[in-house]
Ligand binder design. Structure first.
Ligand code: ATP
Length: 372
């Protein structure tokens, strides 16, 4: 059971905590994506798991074995951690054929010839590169080279595969294809994958669980749809989802049990939460409304003017101007709107969120909205 456990792992560079007291338990066969803006500590985290970077503090366990402990003075070298790496610049050896690239590591480990052949055939089939065995890397497309690099990494059978933006050199179409290949590969190999990306869509679509970081600190560690539907704070709500969630400053004007009246500037809105929201009259909060939860209708609701529309066939992103706000809505299907049209908007779903304005901006309630 190759579980990876990080306990209070910290890495300090020049007095700055690149990774700050990180606690993570990555379970056997998880596909974890480490996600966050540039500089948030994703690569440093991955390199510490691999043994390529020494933490300043904390403890790392792989498969029940302590591979790093600052306190106990343990630091197992990378080659003894039984993990495979795949980095952005996955340079294949240019003077070796595809087959030689894949078998090289196994020959070094002195595997017998039959075993090498069986293993290589299985991997090449799995990664759909059987027909390229005798080609040199320069004779392959980017995606084919990527698949060879994955085969080479998997050849020695690591139960844990660490990947740092491995698809970032590929064009958008190929990247999409490789994402489904990786997801299949994850199932077919029964391995644990840890994958660094700054692309929220990639993180959402691949992961069994997303670890979202900001300035070295873990913000949320949960399955993708939980992060989307139940964001821990305004940062995670804003980072996940495209187009982004609407974040609107509001003032609590009235509070009665689980019903709040919120002042949005020019409009008032009723927020009915599932539980009792920990807030008081007069508090300033942030209201989060996902674009797909704004419905454009002919009757009822709040008045708005169409500010811009971006139809893309499957959906249209519509910017709506109210007396004091610009809101983003997504309308599915090929309906279009004219700029400057006056429309009415309603809010659907009970997954609208209230966040604190200060500190960690944590979510304090979720619920439904009704214009007043
Ligand atoms: P990106 O998406 O841009 O690759 P990241 O989230 O992977 O970013 P890291 O590369 O882990 O971020 O870096 C985290 C922080 O640590 C950054 O502020 C970076 O400048 C700093 N850092 C990383 N490596 C070093 C180093 N060797 N020396 C000094 N500072 C470093």
């Amino acid at each position: 059971m190759p579980e990876i456990i990080l306990k209070n792992v910290t890495k300090t560079f020049d007095h700055i905590n690149a990774v700050d007291h990180l606690n993570l338990t990555i379970r056997d066969r998880d596909f974890i994506t480490l996600l966050g803006p540039s500089g948030c500590g994703k690569t440093t985290t991955l390199r510490m798991i691999a043994g390529l970077e020494t933490p300043t503090e904390g403890e790392i366990l792989i498969d029940g074995k302590t591979v790093f402990s600052a306190e106990k003075g343990i630091d197992v070298p990378p080659q003894k951690r039984n993990v495979g790496f795949l980095f952005q610049n996955y340079a294949l050896w240019p003077h070796m054929t595809v087959l030689q690239n894949i078998t090289f590591g196994l020959e070094n480990l002195k595997w017998d010839k039959d075993k090498i052949r069986q293993r290589t055939e299985k991997l090449m089939k799995m990664l759909k590169i059987e027909e390229y065995g005798n080609r040199y890397p320069a004779e392959l497309s980017g995606g084919q080279q990527q698949r060879v690099a994955i085969a080479r990494t998997l050849a020695t059978g690591p139960r844990i595969l660490l990947m740092d933006e491995p698809l970032s050199n590929l064009d958008a179409k190929l990247r999409m294809e490789m994402r489904s290949e990786l997801k299949r590969l994850h199932l077919d190999t029964d391995s644990t994958f840890v994958y660094v990306t700054h692309d929220q869509l990639e993180a959402m679509t691949l992961a069994t669980k997303i670890s979202l970081m900001k300035k070295g600190k873990l913000q949320q560690f949960a399955p993708p749809l939980t992060v989307y539907n139940e964001p821990a704070n305004a940062f995670t709500a804003d980072f996940i989802g495209n187009p982004s969630i609407n974040l609107i400053p509001v003032k609590v004007e009235e509070k009665r049990e689980n019903t709040l009246v919120l002042d949005m500037g020019s409009h008032k809105i009723r927020f009915t939460s599932k539980g009792n929201a920990d807030t008081r009259q007069g508090d300033i909060l942030t209201l989060g409304i996902r674009p797909e939860n704004i419905e454009i209708t002919d009757e009822g609701g709040m008045e708005a003017k169409v500010y811009s529309t971006l139809p893309s066939g499957m959906e249209t992103v519509v910017k709506l101007e109210t007396a004091s706000l610009i809101l983003t809505a997504v309308v599915f299907g090929d309906s279009d709107f004219r700029i400057n049209d006056t429309v009415k908007i309603r809010f659907r779903s009970n997954r609208n969120h209230l966040f604190r304005k200060e500190g960690d901006q944590e979510r304090i309630a979720s619920g439904s909205l009704q214009s007043l």
